[in-house]
Design a protein around this ligand. Sequence first.
Ligand SMILES: Cc1cc2nc3c(=O)[nH]c(=O)nc-3n(C[C@H](O)[C@H](O)[C@H](O)COP(=O)(O)O)c2cc1C
Length: 187
Amino acid sequence: MNFSLITLFLAAIILAAASASNASDEPPSAKKILVAYFSWSGNTRGIAKEIQKKTGGDIFEIEPVKAYSKNYNECLDQAQKDQRLQARPELKNLVDDISKYDVIFLGYPNWWASIPMPIASFLEGYDLSGKTIVPFCSHGGGRLGQSVSAIAKLAPRSTILDGLSVHYDGGSSLGNDIDSWLRKIGL
Ligand SMILES: Cc1cc2nc3c(=O)[nH]c(=O)nc-3n(C[C@H](O)[C@H](O)[C@H](O)COP(=O)(O)O)c2cc1C
């Protein structure tokens, strides 16, 4: 190696080290995050709280004015009817100034292989253009089902990232599963 090659080599190392140290000085995410969820029996709520803890976002529970029956079979029937009619159940509360959020984690149980209809009411209730929506779904075996395409239709001007599906409450691997998913989607 002659002298100028050595100089070039050293300069490249110094530049690489400088840019690596800049990268590590940046905050992990300057994006403003909301974790919004609907949960009937509590599994999605637990996952939402874990995501909130890890991302530092705000949390919001999506609740229909008329609650679904606490009886499982009755709830199954109500949910199926809602889906067949493409109902838009009225919601109890509104997010206070949704315009301040860049990223909305949106959680729900898999109901009849898709979203529960309160999720449709939520998505249609706001202007979500330009926002990033990150679905997460608790399920009993059907994973995300058709839920992500249902969300994409209801939020056509949002970017939808890869969703996380969690079997019931996610068990003891929930924290690690959320960590690797957040890394994969870059949040
Ligand atoms: C009305 C209703 C419909 C459901 N449909 C499905 C389904 O199609 N596929 C599936 O894997 N699980 C289904 N499940 C199971 C739920 O997705 C699962 O129990 C989930 O963990 C519930 O989340 P939650 O506790 O947040 O309500 C259904 C449950 C209910 C109550």
